[in-house]
Design a binder for this molecule. Sequence first.
Ligand SMILES: Nc1ncnc2c1ncn2[C@@H]1O[C@H](COP(=O)(O)OP(=O)(O)OP(=O)(O)O)[C@@H](O)[C@H]1O
Ligand SMILES: [Mg+2]
Length: 519
Amino acid sequence: MSDLEKTKRQLSASGPNMPKRQSKKRKPSKPKESAQKQKTLQSAKVSGPPAEAAPEEERNVIFKPNEGPQTAFLAAAERECLYGGAAGGGKSYAMLVDPLRYMTHPQFSGLLLRKTTEELRELIWKSQELYPKVYPGIKWSERKMQWVAPSGARLWLSYLDRDEDVLRYQGLSFSWIGMDEMTQWQTPFAWNYLRSRLRSTASDLPIFMRATTNPGGVGHAWVKKMFIDPAVFGESFDATDIDTGQTLRYPTGHKRQGEALFKRRFIPARLADNPYLSEQGDYEANLLSLPEHQRRQLLEGSWDISEGAAFTEFDRNVHVVEPYEIPKTWTKFRSCDYGYGSYSAVLWFAVNPDEQLIVYRELYVSKVLASDLADMVLELEQDDGNIKYGVLDSSCWHKRGDTGPSLAEQMISRGCRWRPSDRSAGSRVAGKNELHRRLKVDEDTFESQIVFFSSLTNLIAQLPVIPLDKKNPEDIDTKSEDHIYDSLRYGIMSRPRFGTFGFSSTPQTYAPIDRVFGY
Ligand SMILES: Nc1ncnc2c1ncn2[C@@H]1O[C@H](COP(=O)(O)OP(=O)(O)OP(=O)(O)O)[C@@H](O)[C@H]1O
Ligand SMILES: [Mg+2]
């Protein structure tokens, strides 16, 4: 059994919270003991506590992960993991520690990157403080910018400024690649290229790519698409193509054809999770003094800040709730914006006794025929009980050129009933106003009149960043990805609260459309 294998077995038995990986680097406090003990401690020094380890107080603990996200990051088993959010959460420090666990393996080869040499300096200084304490005898070569452990394991600390710089790594392979401050890279080019350099250098060395970052920065949008948007925070998910949103899969002809390629995970960082900084209140005070935009990104670690966004009041802490079972007595309805070439967006709403809307499900699909969409909708709501009504983009009632039933008719004929959305003049602006009103947080209850289940990953990804129309700030930019937004608008406008807000819209009551059977 290799050292690494032994280590893994010891570790998996040692901590319920760290089933896959472990990160404590410990060093014996009394090196001159019996030969037998010495041997045990020797391995403990590099690999974590052996099964019958000495109590912690007898050991010289060099690094102990902060509870919460830092621990989760170091224990993550996903191929690609991003630890991101508030400034000072302990992200870069965790990044420096992560590769250390493999430095007993002679074939380990790791690469830790920052954007420029100046920024890299800080990591080098920190590593110079930490590494020799963990691995006495480890050597830093300034010329090669490399750490070489007594075992022969290597960790290269490098910078990658321009895309062409990736050529420096051509032909090399690494089993661990880390990128500190990921949003400083304008495009995902370097990250994707580096994936081609990720190869196990020995059969017992797993492969990982790790990143840390604050929100904001030139790469905010692509990083958000790659790591933040696809899943509920902290949950593992199948890696997706950031342009299409489709899961990356093994190609046809491959023996694993169709299987998902690998997993990703995002772990949110908060300043409060790092006692080394959060207890010095002055650091927090510095962050509090920043303009709101930066404050929300750096202190709260918010990813939902976007220049020119229409719904800046969107706040995950208020508007996103964990899914729960909806009482049978609450009214339910759904809304839909149909698109074949682009996307169809269906949302399901429940109304609680306080008239708060709970958007509890989304269906966001592309290239699905109207009749198939109808089947999908009916299937999804099988256990929902009574769906009182559905409201669909009224243009779906238009005949498209030739003969044949309209899109609405195609759906209704499958048993999926709809009524048309309000498309009257001013309805777009009215819908936007109504959404603002619903998102507003009540000063007494701290609640809003609309909430979204955290499982609605597409809606939560899009709503906070929908841009305003630069020419007409009363509306959103309709060139943006707005299918979910339109569906949401149709939904909320099907239940306006008359008298509580002032806009002129034709109230939508039950309005049978005689061209379409029955509704
Ligand atoms: N587990 C730990 N043990 C000891 N010190 C720690 C630990 N985690 C973090 N620290 C200390 O907290 C400091 C701040 O952490 P770090 O630089 O990693 O934060 P960060 O999240 O990368 O911040 P930024 O967002 O500004 O880049 C570190 O320099 C280190 O001294
Ligand atoms: Mg950092």
